[in-house]
Ligand binder design. Structure first.
Ligand SMILES: O=c1[nH]c(=O)c2[nH]c(=O)[nH]c2[nH]1
Length: 281
């Protein structure tokens, strides 16, 4: 029987790195999770146990910490590109390096109307993500937002869907719309300033979510993706995952209390999961 090795990769996942950038008047604090994955000439490692072309994942991890000192200064995208390029250009057996970074967001706390110089508040579950894939001739950058918890208390309906024997869901013209969404977009061409692009795309996403008169999560998902493509010529496509964080109206009428769409029961599971890619024709 002929057996052969198929597609393979290896690397270090979930490297936790924090950095203080000390400015004279204040400190910047950054916290990231980095994953490295390498593809290349690793056939012999798998079939013969020959490790002569293996850069240990432990060394990959150490490289991330070492290079962060001088090269993690601005955006996570710039650092990911630097790291991916390092592995491709210093290791001839590596054909493609993929570096994924998720940044955990912190802001300096406000005290007496001023940002405190060295004390921070976390940004909740939201993360700024990037996945950079680099080979000898090309680089791709897909950035995004992960676990962004957003909610609106009106301008969301869900009506006129299929009703069959098993339907119990009541139509609503005014419900809570809540999601902890993960959104990614590919840049093409690559921007000069990733942080500026990220902030501007994030604002378009939030503005669209807020302003959209939603007939369903599906429709809001499409509107958010389309708004990014309409406002950012260098975004090739947008992928959105929007779990529906249900807030179910609680039946107060069983206690003879009038239901005025004010009291809900938040449920974690099961949850609707709506996902979709919005792209240019
Ligand atoms: O926006 C929605 N889309 C659905 O497909 C769906 N299904 C459901 O039960 N509630 C909702 N809400």
């Amino acid at each position: 029987m002929k057996i052969r090795l198929g597609e393979n990769s290896y690397g270090k996942n979930a490297i936790q790195l924090s950095k203080i950038i000390r400015h004279p008047a204040y400190h910047e604090f950054r916290q990231i999770t980095v994953s490295v994955s390498l593809k290349g000439d690793f056939e012999e490692a798998h079939t013969n146990g020959d490790n002569s072309k293996i850069l240990p994942t432990d060394t990959q991890k150490n490289t991330v910490y070492a290079l962060a000192k001088d090269h993690f200064k601005s955006s996570v995208e710039d650092f990911a590109i630097y790291l991916a390029n390092h592995f491709v250009s210093t290791q001839p057996q590596v054909g493609t390096a993929t570096v994924a970074i998720a940044e955990h967001l912190y802001q300096r706390i406000m005290l007496d109307g001023n940002e405190h110089p060295h004390t921070y508040i976390g940004g909740g579950s939201e993360k700024h993500t990037t996945v950079v894939t680099k080979d000898a001739t090309s680089v791709s950058v897909t950035s995004g937002i992960a676990d962004l918890l957003i909610l609106k208390t009106t301008d969301s309906a869900f009506e006129k869907y299929i009703k069959d024997t098993y339907t119990t869901l009541k139509e609503t013209s005014d419900r809570i719309l809540a999601t902890k969404c993960t959104i990614t977009w590919e840049y093409d061409p690559l921007p000069a300033d990733y942080t500026e692009q990220y902030n501007s795309i994030r604002e378009v996403l939030l503005r669209t979510f807020a302003g959209h008169k939603s007939l369903s999560v599906q429709q809001t998902l499409y509107a958010m993706g389309a708004a990014v493509l309409e406002s950012h010529a260098n975004v090739k496509d947008v992928y959105l995952e929007m779990p529906n964080k249900h807030h179910i109206p609680f039946n107060l009428e069983q206690f003879n209390i009038r239901h005025e769409n004010e009291i809900f029961m938040a449920t974690d599971e099961p949850y609707g999961l709506i996902s979709g890619r919005v792209t240019r024709e």
